[in-house]
Design a binder for this molecule. Structure first.
Ligand code: F6P
Length: 328
């Protein structure tokens, strides 16, 4: 491990999320502020393997704080999972005199960072960037707030057409393994039911709940379904099961898809990204490594990468109760 950090490499990896650009900007400008060199690495770990990187200065990151996606581009790099891939990546780290890395991404990206750090003793620090909000050691990940706002906005629109036609809508949102997006967007949009991977509600209970809704005088309903929900095979199967069993409902399905991952970051995500980016660089300068920056009780914190990966964030049981009470 070099005693002094002179040059930092920054990359974005895994599924992109709004706020990643703001975080890169913060990393690059904090480097400039402290007179460190900074290299932007393209396409996540793939850019390290391919030596696809470029020097960045404060002006390289102008006009990006407000942009969704990641201008450095991102990838889920399979080659980096192999020892050969990581060896090539480290050769390019050395060739470019990079002393430390900032990895902006989710648990898969942090797993790669941890292995890389262990194999080659290169200091690494993570910034949590994923709309899923499923990382341990932080209350919020970058992009989560933006995605929630995008989804609630879309569901508000779906509700307009649902109530005009007295229809029951199933809205699928992202979240292969975690239901934070579905639960929070569902409560925010006033959904009647929310199906998440953490809880198998069961199709029979869903039917009972929809029957109650109909009896209570509701003429239209929204059911938010997380991608990874265990109730049925997929949202279309759940919808068709309900349609067969409750023929008085006219059912439609709307899949949010990748539109929920794009768009300009909210102010919350921009500020969070800015705070995390500054903290990441200054933590590396203080000799920290193998840790992730998080936010807890509005304080920017550090936690071991291992805890971030394995910790996962717990689903908010109380919010499930809130949803049950309010969907009466
Ligand atoms: O990890 C973020 C995420 O948006 C998940 O919610 C979703 O399941 C997945 O990425 C989709 O990945 P891809 O864009 O590779 O299809």
């Amino acid at each position: 491990m070099p005693s002094k950090i002179n040059k930092i490499g920054v990359l974005t990896s895994g599924g992109d999320s709004p706020g990643m650009n703001a975080a890169v900007r913060a990393v690059v400008r904090t480097c400039a502020y402290h007179k460190l060199e900074c290299m932007g690495i393209y396409q996540g770990y793939q850019g390290l393997i391919d030596n696809n990187l470029t020097p960045m200065n404060a002006r390289s990151v102008k006009d990006i704080i407000n942009k969704g996606g990641t201008f450095l581009k991102s990838a889920r790099c399979l080659e980096f999972r192999t020892p050969e891939g990581r060896k090539s990546a480290f050769e390019n780290v050395k060739k470019n005199d990079i002393d430390a890395l900032v990895i902006i991404g989710g648990d898969g990206s942090f797993t790669g960072a941890m292995i890389f750090q262990k194999e080659f003793s290169i200091p690494v620090i993570g910034i949590p960037g994923t709309i899923d909000n499923d990382i341990g050691g932080t209350r919020f990940t970058l992009g989560y707030d933006t995605a929630l706002n995008t989804i609630t906005d879309a569901i508000d629109k779906i509700r307009d057409t649902a109530s005009s036609h007295n229809r029951l809508f199933f809205v699928e949102v992202m979240g292969r393994d975690a239901g934070h997006v579905a639960l929070n967007a569902g409560v925010g949009a006033g959904a009647e039911e929310i199906l998440i991977p953490e809880e198998d509600m069961g199709l029979e209970r869903l039917l009972e709940s929809l029957k109650r809704s109909e009896k209570s005088g509701k003429t239209s309903s929204i059911v938010v379904v997380a991608e990874g929900d265990k109730t049925g095979e997929n949202v279309f199967e759940i919808a068709s099961y309900v349609e067969q069993n409750l023929p008085y409902y006219e059912v439609r399905v709307s899949v949010m898809g990748h539109m929920q991952r794009g768009g300009a970051p909210t102010c919350f995500d921009r500020v969070l990204a800015s705070r995390m980016g500054v903290f990441a660089v200054e933590s590396l300068m203080r000799g920290k490594s193998n840790v992730m920056v998080g936010i807890n009780d509005d304080q920017i914190t550090l936690c071991p990468l291992e805890k971030a990966i394995k910790g996962k964030s717990k689903i908010d049981e109380d919010l499930i109760r809130v949803s049950d009470i309010l969907s009466i």
